[in-house]
Design a binder for this molecule. Structure first.
Ligand code: SF4
Ligand code: SF4
Length: 72
């Protein structure tokens, strides 16, 4: 977490159920912030410092495996 010092994170962020993700890439295509990418062809991974919790990815995910949650 030390790399995030000095950066203000949004109150909410996208959380992916990676076990259920089918790596379709839809979230990557629709994210306005370039904050979510397919990791090694396996599942979607959120880049925390870029995600603003807008929920666009969650709305479009065909597998409904993304939730927008308050950051811990
Ligand atoms: S849209 Fe959903 S199923 Fe597709 S890669 Fe993103 S999280 Fe996974
Ligand atoms: S919540 Fe918004 S900013 Fe965050 S990954 Fe999803 S589409 Fe991108």
């Amino acid at each position: 977490m030390s790399e995030m010092v000095g950066k203000k994170l949004s109150p909410r962020h996208a959380v992916v159920d990676i076990a259920a993700c089918v790596a379709c890439g839809t979230c990557e295509d629709v994210c306005p912030r370039g904050a979510i990418h397919i990791y090694q062809g396996q599942y979607a991974k959120v880049q925390e410092e870029r995600c603003v919790g807008c929920g666009k990815c969650a709305q479009e995910c065909p597998a409904s495996v993304i939730q927008v949650e308050v950051r811990a």
